[in-house]
Design a protein around this ligand. Sequence first.
Ligand SMILES: [Mn+2]
Length: 353
Amino acid sequence: MKLERLMKEQGMDAILITNMLNIRYFTGFTGTTGTALAIGDKRYFITDFRYVSQGKNEVEKNGFELVCENISTLKKVGELLKENKVKKLGIENQSVTLDQFDLFKNNFENIEYLNLNDLFTKEREIKNEFEIKTIEESIKIAEKALEITIPKIKIGVKERDIAAELEYQMRKLGASKPSFDIIVASNERSALPHGVASEKLIEEGFLTIDYGCFYNGYASDITRTFYMGETPEDKHLEIYEIVKTANEMAIKAVKPGVSTSELDAIARNYITEKGYGEYFGHGLGHGIGLQIHEYPGVSFKAENKILKEGMVITIEPGIYISNFGGVRIEDDVLVTKDSYKVLTNLNKKFIKL
Ligand SMILES: [Mn+2]
């Protein structure tokens, strides 16, 4: 099991998990309050009265024993650590707050704390079959929702109304919520890479929609750019085609062994060759999973990583020109055994609405 291997590798007797996403990942628990503790081959999940029946079903499948503790979870953890003579405890230094750490110190005796650093996030960057299936479901919901919403996207409609409609449709199709604040950015606002839907009415020009949902805990992340109106300028067509080609070139290069910086460079060099390099200021993509942004970063700014089978990343090049508009096209791509699988299926042609 993963936790046992991590403890061995890091010289820890036990690992305390307090971050709810990591708890979900390791124990299967989907509620909002709980603490997981792994000591050698023992697995405990401590939660309160509210989550006993739900928690039991979820965590026992994954080998965790549910412990109900209504007064003080950390006291209970302290007892378990003492009982099992734990000396070296791994903690999630990236998500433990100073307040939490003070509580640990007050409740646990004679413990040496070791940092897990980004070990958990690194574990999570490779998706198993269940996770891949769930991400695919999440994408399907998002895509269906956009298809239902498209007839409502018209010049004169408020950006925010389109975002609300998309969210409503995603929820109706089974999503728990959007995976981030939905971006609906019309015309000049489409030049804002993160133009969250505003009160503005959709006008002629580009319309960028960047959105996704959480389904069963897992995120989807998709961007499509449409042209609103009948008469795009040549420049609209030109930059759309450049971004689309950059997106396709990068996707085709995805396979195990390729580095994330090489991938970023493929799209970036092409856009630069076409004269728009300075208008593509962000990274090419990122991993998705329980979080909307996960390892690996696929960017000239992020740590360079080698792609491995099971990673799910976004490929989202863009060109943003102030006072004119912007285009971004984003797909979610799985790294397979020897190449890639594009998980998103929405059309990428230049579409006039
Ligand atoms: Mn994205």
